[in-house]
Design a binder for this molecule. Structure first.
Ligand code: NAP
Length: 464
């Protein structure tokens, strides 16, 4: 189909941009606008991927041409449900694709979860990645011990970031307040808790291996916790990952302890330990995490009644994400996603990525549902498209309400300012507040309009 019409994608993370790319490929005549709540594009690539994983973040280079060469329009700084209603977008565009991810945390459901010093990974990862939603967050990390609950890649990310030295941080885009807070925290022990065993852990091998490559941290694994082999009936692809993981964990277990006097953060892999209660009080915050030894049979967890208390001052739960309520749309509470049937919310309204199927897989794993949503949107346009006005009408509506939207060229100014402000070796110094990002754009606008008169306006730089 080469027809015309307009599609609005809500969310400029990888899923939204895979969908934009696919619509462009399937229907080059259709205009595609990508709305984001923030002035910055790329969703979790900017705000979720670990700041020391710059290679992963470089995926944005693949997406940039959508905006610079292929006519996809970025409309940032627009919050659907606040600045514009979803129903209005439905009237302005022929089809809408929701790709807003899963920004909420699953709950542990144990006593003490609301104590100061307990953080879900959504907030904690957002904080160290400079997400504006968490700019004011000042996590309590008194040290010297922290518990990280979960045996997935996010738990590895959190434990690793907490263990970075200032030298290791120097090559990252870790948000400045987080870098300063972590550098100032004297950690000795990080407990990485899995309620099941090494064969059930969700770690990918490359990420697990990194835990043994840190400058001033060492993994602590008990050989007795490791099974001898991967069961024969394991799916072959999964078996390869598990075998690699077991080799890596055995390597960790075989390591001699660091020599006395060598100050290293010990990252304890506590398999088969389930959190039962977080202890502490409102004044002092978390003082301990009560954990229970478990047994795992056929993949299921069984309680043993044997409990231990870990004296920790901070607990970070990395136990998976849930979609947050999205204005006007029901959530599927059980699955933690926007209610949908194979990506269809209703005719003309589709959902893709983590908001559709829950939080799983690496970045490219979202491509399938993104393509699916794109194909359904294009089919809908072919059958019911009315050539609705899309972007220009939305821009006019938002301008009439006094909102300043952010175009891709505006984001490029923010990007330039962040890169210019970075110390040597650091990829960028992130702005963590929306107002500071907008100030860069305003300064650039003012400079442009004053240029004829010879007046110069100072550009903002990241202030923390
Ligand atoms: P995840 O891989 O699903 O891991 C969640 C972990 O939390 C599991 O170990 C799970 O254990 C545990 N858990 C859940 N409920 C629990 C409870 N009540 N008590 C104790 N433990 C509990 O999720 P994630 O780590 O948030 O990652 C989300 C997705 O992003 C994954 O697909 C991940 O691979 C991806 N990701 C990739 C990278 C990378 O490639 N570098 C980095 C970050 C994230 P059970 O298995 O027992 O339920």
């Amino acid at each position: 189909m080469d027809g015309t019409g307009s599609v609005c994608i809500i969310g400029s993370g990888p899923t939204g941009l895979y969908a934009a790319d696919e619509i462009r490929r399937l229907a080059p005549g259709v205009t595609v606008d990508v709305i984001d709540r923030l002035p910055t594009p790329y969703g979790l690539v900017r705000g979720g991927v670990a700041p020391d994983h710059q290679k992963t973040k470089s995926v944005v280079r693949q997406f940039e041409p959508l905006f610079t060469a292929h006519g996809v329009r970025f409309i940032g700084n627009v919050s659907v449900g606040e600045d514009v209603e979803l129903a209005e977008l439905r009237r302005l565009y022929d089809a809408v694709v929701i790709a807003v991810g899963a920004a909420g945390d699953r709950k542990l459901g144990v006593p003490g979860e609301d104590l100061p010093g307990v953080y879900g990974s959504a907030g904690f990862v957002g904080w160290y990645n400079g997400h504006p939603d968490y700019a004011a967050m000042k996590p309590r990390i008194p040290g010297p011990r922290v518990a990280v609950v979960g045996n997935g890649n996010v738990a590895l990310d959190v434990a690793r970031i907490l263990a970075l030295t200032p030298g290791e941080m120097a090559a990252t885009d870790l948000a400045r307040p987080a870098a300063d807070a972590i550098a100032a925290t004297p950690l000795t022990d990080i407990y990485l808790l899995g309620r099941r065993g090494p064969l059930e852990a969700q770690f990918t091998s490359a990420e697990l291996r990194e835990m043994g490559e840190l400058a001033a941290a060492c993994p602590v694994v008990h050989a007795g916790d490791l099974p001898d082999a991967v069961p024969d009936d394991t799916d072959p692809r999964e078996a390869r990952r598990l075998k690699r993981n077991l080799e890596i964990l055995r390597g960790f277990a075989d390591r001699p302890p660091p020599p006395p006097g060598e100050d290293r953060v010990r990252i304890h892999f506590l398999f088969r330990h389930a959190p039962r209660a977080i202890l502490g009080n409102a004044r002092d915050g978390v003082t301990a995490l009560l954990v229970e030894r478990t047994q795992v049979a056929g993949g299921s967890v069984r309680a043993t009644g044997a409990t231990t208390s870990l004296a920790v001052g901070t607990v970070v739960t990395c136990i998976g994400y849930r979609a947050t309520p999205f204005r006007g749309l029901p959530l599927d509470e059980e699955r933690g996603v926007i209610a949908n049937a194979e990506g269809v919310v209703e005719p003309g309204l589709y959902v893709a990525g983590w908001a559709r199927h829950g939080p799983r897989g690496v970045i490219t794993a979202n491509r399938a549902s993104a393509r699916d949503a794109a194909a359904m949107a294009v089919e809908h346009l072919a059958a019911h498209g009315e050539n609705r006005p899309g972007g220009p009408a939305l821009e006019a509506l938002l301008a009439s309400r006094g909102y300043r939207t952010v175009a891709f060229a505006d984001w490029q100014r923010i990007d330039d300012a962040e890169r210019a402000a970075a110390a040597e070796g650091r990829p960028r110094e992130k702005f963590i507040r929306v107002a500071d990002m907008l100030a860069v754009i305003e300064a650039a606008d003012a400079t442009a309009s004053c240029a004829a008169g010879g007046t110069t306006v100072a550009a903002a730089s990241p202030s923390v």
